[in-house]
Ligand binder design. Structure first.
Ligand code: 6PG
Length: 223
């Protein structure tokens, strides 16, 4: 991913460190595998990279649903990023709220992420910012815990203030099941914030990275 390399090189040159928050779910798997490939891996300055998570399920790090496990399998176990540069979001020794507090302190130690990778669900959620949940209106904390009724599960997530303060945000969307929501978002006049992802209005750069299936209902003019 050329953007990762460009953004990270600029951040390291400017501030001596590249801070990135990774997306969970299944879409980013192939990106993480690509970053771990021999020809790309050796071009990345892992020693000056700090890796965080944008959200996490409240399960142990070896659980099938864990975003940490997915990234560990696809990326961490195949590159030489120093272990203390990896910041898991959920420690099973603490509950969701305590984990969120700890991560909030961690993320509050610096001004902004250089890059935040996000996905999008069929309901227009991003990170663990789901429709109809209180966390959508969190303006003070940078990280919060949220019980998600539709999942019957706790989640931890960065909040919109953190996302919108990032220098770069890249939203990765793949699959025909996302096409309808994307088309609605692209067509609406912007004042109807029907979906959480529409609240992403970063002061920095925002790029959408779509596959053909997800983009199939979009007007030709914006493809
Ligand atoms: C998570 C993600 C979530 C994800 C979307 C899309 O922890 O599940 O952070 O926001 O990006 O649900 O998931 P897929 O990539 O699996 O479609």
């Amino acid at each position: 991913m050329a953007e990762w390399q460009k953004i990270s090189a600029h951040a390291i040159k400017a501030r001596g460190v590249f801070r990135v928050a990774l997306a969970g779910g299944s879409t980013p798997r192939s990106l993480y595998e690509h970053l771990a490939s021999p020809e790309i891996n050796k071009q990345i300055d892992w020693d000056h990279t700090q890796i965080y998570f944008g959200d996490e399920r409240c399960v142990p790090p070896d659980h099938a649903d864990s975003n940490y496990r997915m990234v560990n399998e696809t990326l961490f176990s195949n590159v030489s990023v120093p272990s203390d540069h990896i910041h898991p979001m959920f420690d099973p020794a603490f509950d969701a709220v305590e984990n969120a507090k700890r991560y909030n302190s961690l993320v509050s130690a610096f001004d902004a992420f250089d890059l935040i990778l996000l996905g999008m669900g069929e309901d227009g959620h991003t990170a663990s910012l789901f429709p109809g949940t209180f966390i959508l209106n969190e303006t003070r904390e940078k990280v919060a815990a949220q019980y998600v009724e539709k999942l019957s599960a706790w989640r931890i997530s960065i909040t919109f203030p953190v996302i919108n303060a990032a220098r770069h945000v890249i939203i990765l969307v793949a699959g025909e099941n996302k096409a309808k929501v994307l088309a609605e978002i692209a067509s609406n006049d912007g004042d109807k914030l029907s979906y959480p992802i529409q609240r992403i209005v970063p002061t920095g750069n925002l790029d959408w990275c779509l596959d053909r299936s997800a983009a199939k209902l979009l007007p030709e003019t914006i493809k």
